[in-house]
Ligand binder design. Sequence first.
Ligand code: C2E
Ligand code: MG
Ligand code: MG
Ligand code: MG
Length: 275
Amino acid sequence: KLDGRGTYRFFEPEMDARMQARRRLELDMRQALARREFQLHYQPQLQLDEDRLIGCEALIRWKHPERGMISPLDFIPLAEEIGLIVPIGEWVVRQACRDAMTWPAGMSVAVNVSPAQFKSDRLVETIISALASSGLAARRLEVEITEGVLLEESEKTLQTLHRLRELGVRVSMDDFGTGYSSLSYLRSFPFDKIKIDRSFVKDLTGKPDGDAIIRAIAGLGKSLGMTTVAEGVETPEQMQRIRDEGCTDVQGYLISRPIPADDVLAFLKTYGSPT
Ligand code: C2E
Ligand code: MG
Ligand code: MG
Ligand code: MG
């Protein structure tokens, strides 16, 4: 009997520490918006055909006063869980639209929308309002969703996707190929863009199987009239293969790492931007 309890006691302090760290992060996150601790970084996307930059993906960063930059991977899941993703996501959409207005008109901006945010009733209204107050054309805004959004393929989810589409906003399927039924989701909604998950691009190091998957997805996109973006392209070799296999766009460290909003225009100038 005592042994059993002893086992529990052994794990308890560790659990406690984790719960406390989580609680701390949660409290800090509740203040972060008002304290303007969030920032957007932007990662450019290159269209291969015309060899030109066509847009940027907005990627959130949290500049914590004590802990420095915190990756979205370390706070977005918690924000989802406690509902804070709704106001944070709203800030992202508004800020991204404002930032994109300072870019050449050929440049679009993509924002990531997570499941809890997508399910909140406010998403469409938020987007309408962000477009109106920034003056950004709807065509220049892109919403990236992952399979998590489509897991429960409800009527409401599809309705929201169609409402976005009717506004003229483009919709991308992010991290394609990592979930359980990527293919079936392509059937349920006509996405504008498929973003091929970085894990497949990593496999492009000469292994024929890796190439076959990218080729298949690129072909699928082509038949369905969807753009195919390869994520996480880091080397010229990967870029060449991506090109050969028929992907239309690339995004990755080879083009640029995500950069602070203030540096985007300078980057576009040196890279040679569309007008
Ligand atoms: P994601 O939407 O798939 O974004 C791409 C991630 O891959 C980014 O990580 C980006 O920095 C990274 N990446 C891009 N190119 C390369 C490359 O060549 N090599 C490698 N190793 N990595 C590359 P990041 O910025 O840490 O974001 C991680 C995830 O957090 C995003 O994945 C997205 O799911 C989520 N996220 C980021 N910003 C937001 C946001 O504003 N709202 C929501 N809901 N989620 C966000
Ligand atoms: Mg994304
Ligand atoms: Mg992705
Ligand atoms: Mg991802």
